[in-house]
Ligand binder design. Sequence first.
Ligand code: HEM
Length: 471
Amino acid sequence: LQQFLFQNPNEPPVVFHWFPVIGSTITYGMDPPRFFDENRKKFGDCFTFILLGKKTTVYVGPQGNDFILNGKIRDVSAEEIYTVLTTPVFGKDVVYDCPNSKLMEQKKFMKIALTTDAFRQYVPIISDEVNNYYKANPDFKGASGIVDMPPKMAQITIFTASHALQGSEIRNKFDASLAELYHHLDMGFSPINFMLHWAPCPGTTAATTPSAPSPRSTWTPSSRAAPAYKGGIPVPDHEIAHMMIALLMAGQHSSSSTSSWIMLRLASRPDIMEDLYNEQVAALGADLPPLSYEDLAKLPLNQAIVKETLRLHAPIHSIMRAVKQPMPVPGTKFVIPTSHVLLAAPGVSAADPQFFPNPEVWDPHRWSPDSPNAPTMVRNEEDDEKIDYGYGLVSKGAGSPYLPFGAGRHRCIGEQFANVQLQTIVANTVRWFKFRNVDGSDKVIGTDYASLFSRPLEPAKIYWERRAGAA
Ligand code: HEM
């Protein structure tokens, strides 16, 4: 009753909670999509809940996505939220440890590694990594077996990304010295770092750099011509090194989680794995030559596998922004005060029956236009009006219900790389194996939301059988 009486009519409704600091932290943390769904049914698209003592305003649906992700730089800030989390991992003076205008220039630099010409070189590199992995890994020896897939996919992701994005020198160190350093860096992403700085507990401080020796100094890519910021200001070596770390680490968890989900989904639908194999035979020939970048465009189902998996398993379920000045919500009487944090969850509209018929069904075929489950109202991004924040053109509006790579000035720069990487991993994997669930069912394992990036609960074992003729 007290919460009801003190409800400010100019602010979104507050989710009921018993304890002031804990608020809804536990119900949110256990299953964010369910939490969003249940409260959306009660309150509509815009509501507030207490996350570790902080008033957190969720705004879901295409309008909410646009309101938050396209927020003006004077209204919203990503760096204020994320810096405690990313600076220990990426290092100083890059990404969120610098003004936004600098990040926009750094995104442009990082995109140097993400051109079509670069992707053309990456596909054979990624294919070789995948094939060598399956050839050499003891868990894939013999004619069939059972394997816990997520750890395998984590390795394949880091080997393929490091080899493509950083070159063989760095990649080869992952077999030995770098693996441990990488693990230490990765620990910096621990949600505890994020939560502790925020939680109003006595005696806590902001996250600090993990105690591991820093590999950054060894990564300075002296062989590359140094880029310059606007006005000809040179980029210091440490910033180049930190950008290279960011380029590798920013996508690692998302790509690894997505590739795991793809394999688990394929194990639950062996018929679709067969469709994928047959698609390659039909498009590329029965002898299945080594894949090229151009081949990927000939495999629409292979592309749709990635798209559909990201629809249901977007690894970044909550995108947050600090509020810099009071923000009126168009079409409502609400004004979001600066004491709130904004939370966008594009995964909610991606699972909304209004846009995706039978949304709970993982149906890669829905992305072909004649499918009964074909999405409605998902705009073709190519037709959108574009804006340049300093790192190339992005869609001006963020009103699409399908935004697994975010939108606006913070939009992912790794989307195309992730697509190339994931499609190449999938296409090669279906040449090697037939998968199914260990119990032969079509069940899919639940989601682990304990980390900041959602991923399959582990162990997530599948049964594999080597395809006749696979090396
Ligand atoms: C930002 C998703 C892979 C680099 C983002 C954002 C999302 C996202 C949702 C926006 C975050 C926000 O607005 O706060 C994904 C998914 C991936 C993936 C689902 C794979 C399936 C990658 C890869 C790279 C990368 C492979 C690098 C090669 C970045 C960077 C940003 C970003 C640098 C920060 C942009 C900024 O704040 O301005 N990603 N990403 N991502 N992503 Fe990705």
